[in-house]
Design a protein around this ligand. Structure first.
Ligand code: BES
Ligand code: ZN
Ligand code: ZN
Length: 487
C-alpha cells in the first residue's frame, strides 16, 4: 500500500474519511473540502448511528465522518477505527483520503498511526481456503491530509507500514489451520523471513534437539507424529553498545491437552496455541525491518501436544534443558513445560538485559482478566512498570499479577524437583508463572505475558474467534523507550 502525506488534497479519491472532534471545527474542515452538508442533520444522524456515518459526495465519492472523543486517547481505542474501516470495507475502494482533525502534534501523530494501522489491517483475510475467496480488493493508496507536522507524519507512515506487514503475517500464521501449520512449517516461515529481512535463525530438528538435551520439549512432543523444532533467532543492531532483549514464545501448533485430553467444544481454537511464537518471530522481523538500535535474541520451542500410545502420561517424570526434573501431573499444562526449555536455553547461552516470554498459557488468566487484557508477571518492578506503560501507550493492555513465594509450595513434588500443576483449581495463571520462573536461571529482569485471553478473540475480522496481532505494538513501544534512552 502506498502512503502519501500531504498538506493539500489530492484531486480525487474513492473514499474520504473526515475525522473531527467537534462540530465547530468540522465546519472549517468541510469548507476546505468544498463539501456542503446540513450540519444539524449530520449532527443528529451521527447521534443515531454512533461515531461514524457515510454519505456520498459528487467530488469526494464516499465520505465517512468519524467523530473522535477528545477525552479518549485514540491509541487506546483503536477499536473505533477498526470498526469504522471494516464496517465500510466494501465502499473504501483503491484510494482512501484521511483528513486529519486540527490538533497538537502528539495527538495528530497517534491518530495518524492508529488510523493507518487499522486501514492496513483491513487486508487481514480469513477466507483464503475458500474455493472463491470473494474478497473485496485491498486499499492500494492512502493519502493523509494534515495542515501541519508533515515530516513527522511521513516518518510515522513508513514505520506503520512495517508494523502492519509483520502484524498481518503474524495474524495469518496464527489463523492458519494446524494441519498446515506444523512445527516444520513455522520453522520454514521463520527461515524465509530471516533470509529476506536480515536476521538469523538456527533451526534445530529432532536430532539436534536430542543432542542439546531439550528434554522437556521432547517429552511434550512424544505423542505427536510431527517432529518438533527449536528455533534460535538473532537480530544484531548495526551500532555498538545496544541493549539486548531476550524473547521466548510458546509454539504449540495444536493443543489437544495430550492424555489429559481437552473437551472437544472449542478445541479447534487450539490452533492458536502458538501465538507467543508468532509474536516473537514477527517482532524480531520488525526490529530487522526497521533496523532498530537494539539486539534481539529469541528462542521458540515448537511442537504439537497430541494424544497417542507414545504420549507422555500424567505421573511421568521428565527432564529439562537446565537439568531440573518435572513431574507431569497434567499433560494439558504443556506450555510451561516447553517454555522451561525455551527459557533455560536462552538464559544459559545468552546474556540478554531483559527476558520476556509470551504464551497462551492458562485458561485461568481468561477467568481473571477476560479477553482484553494480558496477564503480566515479573520479578522486576522497573521492567513490569515499563511494560505496563508500553501496553497503555500501545492500546494493548496488560495487568500485573503477583508471583509471591506463598504460591511456590503448590509446585512441590515428592518425586521430582517440581510438578507442572498444583492440582488445585485456584491461582492457575500465577502458579504457571512461578513454574516458569524456576527455569530463568535467576535472571534479574524477567517478565512473563499470559496472552491466552488476548491473542485470539471474537473481533471485527470474522464471525468466529481469530487472531488479533496482540503484542507487536506493545513491544515496539517498549523498545522505543529503550532506544530513546529513557531507561
Ligand atoms: N493452551 C492452554 C491454555 C489456553 C486456554 C489458551 C484457553 C487459550 C485459550 C494451556 O496449554 C492449557 O491447557 N492450560 C491448562 C492448564 C491446567 C491443566 C493446569 C488450563 O489453563 O486449563
Ligand atoms: Zn494445554
Ligand atoms: Zn497450550
Amino acid at each position: 500500500m502506498k502512503i502519501n502525506v500531504s498538506k493539500t488534497l489530492p484531486t480525487k479519491a474513492d473514499t474520504t474519511i473526515i475525522m473531527f472532534f467537534d462540530f465547530e471545527t468540522l465546519s472549517g474542515q468541510l469548507s476546505k473540502l468544498g463539501i456542503q452538508t446540513a450540519e444539524n442533520l449530520l449532527h443528529s444522524q451521527l447521534k443515531e448511528h454512533g461515531d461514524s456515518l457515510s454519505t456520498i459526495d459528487v467530488k469526494w465519492n464516499t465520505v465517512i465522518f468519524l467523530k473522535l472523543d477528545p477525552k479518549v486517547p485514540v491509541n487506546v481505542c483503536p477499536k473505533i477505527f477498526r470498526k469504522t474501516c471494516l464496517k465500510y470495507k466494501t465502499l473504501l475502494g483503491n484510494h482512501v483520503v484521511v483528513h486529519m482533525p486540527p490538533c497538537a502534534q502528539e495527538k495528530t501523530e497517534s491518530i495518524a498511526a492508529t488510523v493507518l494501522n487499522q486501514l492496513m489491517l483491513t487486508a487481514n483475510h480469513l477466507g483464503k481456503y475458500k474455493f472463491k475467496p470473494n474478497e473485496v480488493s485491498d486499499i492500494k493508496e492512502v493519502t493523509i491530509v494534515s495542515e501541519s507536522y508533515i515530516t513527522a507524519l511521513k516518518t510515522i507512515a513508513s514505520v506503520e507500514k512495517e508494523i502492519a506487514k509483520v502484524q498481518l503475517s503474524m495474524m495469518d500464521l496464527i489463523n492458519t489451520p494446524a494441519n498446515i501449520k506444523t512445527p516444520e512449517y513455522v520453522a520454514l516461515r521463520a527461515a524465509g523471513n530471516a533470509k529476506r529481512q536480515g536476521f538469523s535463525v538456527i533451526e534445530m530438528n529432532i536430532k539436534e534437539i536430542r543432542k542439546h538435551k531439550l528434554e522437556a520439549l521432547l517429552a511434550v512432543n512424544k505423542g505427536s507424529d510431527q517432529e518438533p523444532r527449536f528455533l534460535v533467532l538473532e537480530y544484531k543492531a548495526k551500532g555498538k553498545n545496544s541493549k539486548t532483549i531476550g524473547l521466548v514464545g510458546k509454539g504449540v501448533t495444536f493443543d489437544t491437552g495430550g492424555i489429559s485430553v481437552k473437551p472437544s467444544t472449542n478445541m479447534h481454537y487450539m490452533k492458536s496455541d502458538m501465538s507467543g511464537a508468532a509474536l516473537v518471530l514477527a517482532f524480531t522481523e520488525l526490529c530487522a525491518r526497521l533496523q532498530l538500535n537494539i539486539n534481539v535474541v529469541a528462542t521458540i520451542p515448537l511442537t504439537e501436544n497430541m494424544v497417542d500410545g507414545k504420549a507422555t502420561k500424567p505421573g511421568d517424570v521428565i527432564g529439562s534443558y537446565i537439568g531440573k526434573s518435572i513431574e507431569v501431573i497434567d499433560t494439558d499444562a504443556e506450555g510451561r513445560i516447553i517454555l522451561a526449555d525455551g527459557l533455560g536455553y536462552l538464559t544459559k547461552n545468552f546474556n540478554p538485559d531483559v527476558v520476556i516470554d509470551f504464551a497462551t498459557l492458562t485458561g485461568s488468566i481468561i477467568q481473571t482478566l477476560g479477553y482484553h487484557v494480558a496477564g503480566l508477571f515479573s520479578n522486576n518492578d522497573d521492567l513490569a512498570g515499563q511494560l505496563y506503560t508500553a501496553g497503555q501507550n500501545a492500546g494493548e493492555k496488560c495487568w500485573r499479577l503477583p508471583i509471591w513465594d506463598n504460591y511456590t509450595e503448590d509446585l512441590n513434588s515428592d518425586v521430582a524437583d517440581l510438578k507442572n500443576y498444583s492440582g488445585k483449581p485456584v491461582a492457575g495463571a500465577i502458579s504457571a508463572a512461578l513454574f516458569l520462573k524456576e527455569f530463568t536461571n535467576e535472571h534479574q529482569a524477567w517478565a512473563h505475558f499470559d496472552i491466552a485471553g488476548v491473542s485470539f478473540t471474537d473481533n471485527e475480522y470474522g464471525s468466529m474467534r481469530n487472531a488479533t496481532g496482540y503484542g507487536i505494538r506493545l513491544l515496539y513501544e517498549f523498545v522505543k523507550m529503550w532506544e530513546s534512552g529513557s531507561k
